[in-house]
Ligand binder design. Structure first.
Ligand code: SF4
Length: 114
């Protein structure tokens, strides 16, 4: 089973309702739904915090403390499809930065639940 780390948009998590982090990303990973190709184990769930400077170190710390290197990193659907968009960084650029710094493939999105 694949191990995955998920990065969600903390700004949305603070003000959204019915999610994020409550079930959508977690269910999609567990069931292998939508963006996930197979049932996956979530080994880290990181909140991006504006302006995003702590995301990489927090991800690194989660991997270190959990002693688990994920096979894949997912940026959450709420982060990738944010409207209005994140004012600090495009999801594609955040993905490219995390991928180059960690050497782990980053996938845009997690689920299509409403
Ligand atoms: S920097 Fe962007 S992606 Fe990160 S929490 Fe703020 S709005 Fe969300």
């Amino acid at each position: 089973m694949k191990k995955v780390a998920i990065v969600g948009c903390g700004a949305y998590m603070d003000s959204g309702y019915g999610c994020p982090g409550e079930w959508r990303c977690l269910k999609a990973a567990a069931m292998g739904d939508h963006v996930f190709e197979d049932n996956s184990q979530v080994t880290a769930f990181i909140r991006c915090e504006c302006p995003g400077r702590t995301t990489l170190p927090n991800l690194g710390m989660a991997m270190k403390l959990s002693e688990t290197k994920p096979d894949v990193i997912h940026l959450s659907t709420c982060l990738v499809n944010a409207k209005p968009e994140c004012p600090y960084i495009k999801a594609q650029d955040l993905a490219a930065m995390l991928e180059s710094k960690t050497g782990i493939k980053v996938i845009l999105g997690t689920h299509d639940y409403h």
